[in-house]
Ligand binder design. Sequence first.
Ligand code: TYM
Length: 339
Amino acid sequence: MTNPSRILSGIQPTGNIHLGNYLGAIRNWVGMQNEAECLFMLADMHAITLPYVPAELRACVRSTAAYYIACGIDPDKSAIFPQSAIAGHAELSWILTCHTPLGWLNRMTQFKEKAGKHKDNASLGLYSYPVLMAADILLYRATHVPVGEDQKQHLELARDIAGAMNRFYEQELFPLPEPVIMKQAARIMSLRDGTKKMSKSDESEQSRIHLSDSNDAIATKIRKAKSDMLEGISYDLAARPEASNLLSIYATIQGISIDEAQATCGALNFSSFKERLAEALIAHLTPIREKYHLLMNNPAYLDGIMHDGISKARIIADDHMRHIKEVAGFYSASHDRKW
Ligand code: TYM
């Protein structure tokens, strides 16, 4: 990461956090907290782009905040806040919308995946979601955005929009945000199909490990994970997608490189390797799960953390939004003209 000054990222609070979210995103946020100012949102406005239940969303915002902290986000160092509490996200999103050519949005692959076959019934919000994501980042003039690989295209769009805004308004309103995508866990794959991303929306619970899974559930899911008939364990994405995925999960959890993981596990058969992987996952995830349950017993503490996070985020957002509105030519009551 080159000279980060402000880091922003977030997760949609739409159900259980899975291993892909943890290894691809949250784990990397934890290490960044000493390098720059960090803002970690709960992306609840993104969560309503698909059908949802309001009471579940509200509960999930709090439980996702608990997971952030249980995974190592330190509320004394980083702001943790629900996106919807800061009006600037929606305000800036509209301005950016008016500077985003439709052609740029038509290229977004995630809309096509999420809208599926019934594109005409998908909401306008699902279509323009990448613009809201750009607003999340640009509102705080974030310089670095740590995400998994599936968000890379959205980050490129955010950079394009920032550039278009800077050119149109003839000033550096926004720095061009840099994606920070860790190589090893950028794309954790499904346990049932090593060519598909591990995802909340996969119908099969067996395809992913949730941070809330019991030790038994973790062991069973790993034992039943798809394997292949080849000898030993090796990393070969094209020929052995499942073995490669399990090996990279093992390496990431153990904090070692894939080569090192291959050197220690290469001679094992699938069932011994899976046992070793399950043990490593259980050792790593148990303290997180325990801390999560402790935090969830103290909702007032979690609400206090989010309250503080909102206050920190609001100071930055309001100040920047005031400037953007001024530059955009919007009327302000503080201007000399009286109606
Ligand atoms: P979301 O909620 O789908 O995912 C949250 C984070 O987890 C990463 N991720 C993965 N990484 C590796 N392997 C996987 N299988 C995997 N699945 C998910 C995602 O890349 C992401 O980093 N649009 C975002 C949320 C968002 C956001 C933002 C992120 C809203 N505004 C501004 C950064 C900056 C999303 O839906 O992530």
